[in-house]
Design a protein around this ligand. Structure first.
Ligand code: GLU
Length: 289
């Protein structure tokens, strides 16, 4: 029976083929949703248009299908919702919660010094839009990593909602995307843990419900580098999707029995749903492959 209380999602950027690290996160998020009888949605984070690769969204869908990771409902694309992001942005501008900023990347230290907060920058000059942060702790519980606490004003400073090249920033878009898709459980890589306080800050500001968060480890190579599509070794071999799933289950610490390796994709996933125990990833940040 479907549990409308749980909606998860996978939100890749269509910047190339899925690599093992992304498929690892996709599988974890899929299994979490399915063991809760929840929905699992697919969205393409395609706002950073210069990075989009034509055909990538199709290829990603085929990869998920081949691995038996079938999503619920229609695929969603961020680029279909530009008007919605802009409408919320207008509202924040009207409430003076964002301001124009002309700092270039090289002007910036790791904590933004609010340089442009009180400057008058004409609307016609190229600028980004930055959100004012205030001096308070953002606290949340990650299912695998416990309580996380961050003071944005002290540790990051005001952050960007719209870039100078007019592109809506990921931190801002993702908050509205997850609401639109009614996502209430977010499973993603620990490399995004540092983004979560910014997103919670925005959810609080916009009076939106706060989803549950669970950050899974990232796959790293022997040098401790995160797998990325530039690492050849990570290409997903779709000729043997069952082996890929089996290997991913090992890296997810699910101890799949050896005889499962040559089973069909559907049988492997059935076993995985029956035995899934995400707590085995507790406090783990990296998996060496
Ligand atoms: N599009 C993001 C990425 O590929 C994922 C965003 C998210 O899961 O919040 O890294």
């Amino acid at each position: 029976m479907l549990n409308s209380q749980y909606t998860g999602r996978f939100a890749p950027s269509p910047t190339g083929h899925l690599h093992l690290g992304s498929v690892y996160t996709a599988l974890a998020s899929f299994l979490e949703a399915r063991t809760h009888q929840g929905l699992w949605r697919l969205r393409f984070d395609d706002l950073d248009t210069p990075r989009n690769v034509s055909g990538a969204a199709n290829h990603i869908q085929q990869t998920l299908e081949t691995l038996g990771l079938h999503w619920d409902g229609e695929v969603d694309y961020q680029s279909w919702h530009l008007d919605d992001y802009h409408a919320v942005l207008m509202d924040l501008i009207a409430k003076q919660q964002v301001y124009r900023c002309q700092c270039s990347r090289k002007d910036l230290t790791s904590i933004y010094a609010q340089t442009c907060r009180n400057q008058h920058i004409p609307a016609n000059d190229p600028h980004s839009l930055r959100l004012k942060t205030d001096n308070r702790e953002i606290i949340f519980d990650d299912y695998l990593h416990g309580q996380i606490s961050q003071n944005l004003a002290m540790q990051h400073g005001d952050f960007i909602l719209k870039r100078k090249d007019n592109i809506i920033a990921y931190q801002f878009a993702v908050v509205l995307d997850d609401i639109r898709q009614e996502v209430n459980h977010i499973v993603r890589g620990i490399d995004l843990l540092d983004s979560t306080p910014k997103q919670i800050y925005l959810q609080q500001l916009l009076k939106l419900p706060i989803p549950h968060y669970l950050h899974v480890p990232i796959l790293v190579d022997a040098k401790g580098h995160k797998l990325s599509k530039s690492t050849l070794a990570t290409a997903v071999d779709l000729t043997t999707p069952n082996r890929v799933l089996f290997q991913l289950l090992r890296w997810l610490k699910q101890n799949p029995p050896l005889e499962l390796e040559n089973e069909k994709v559907d049988n492997i996933l059935k076993w995985a749903i029956e035995h899934w125990d995400v707590a085995r990833l507790k406090s783990i940040e990296q998996i060496l492959i």
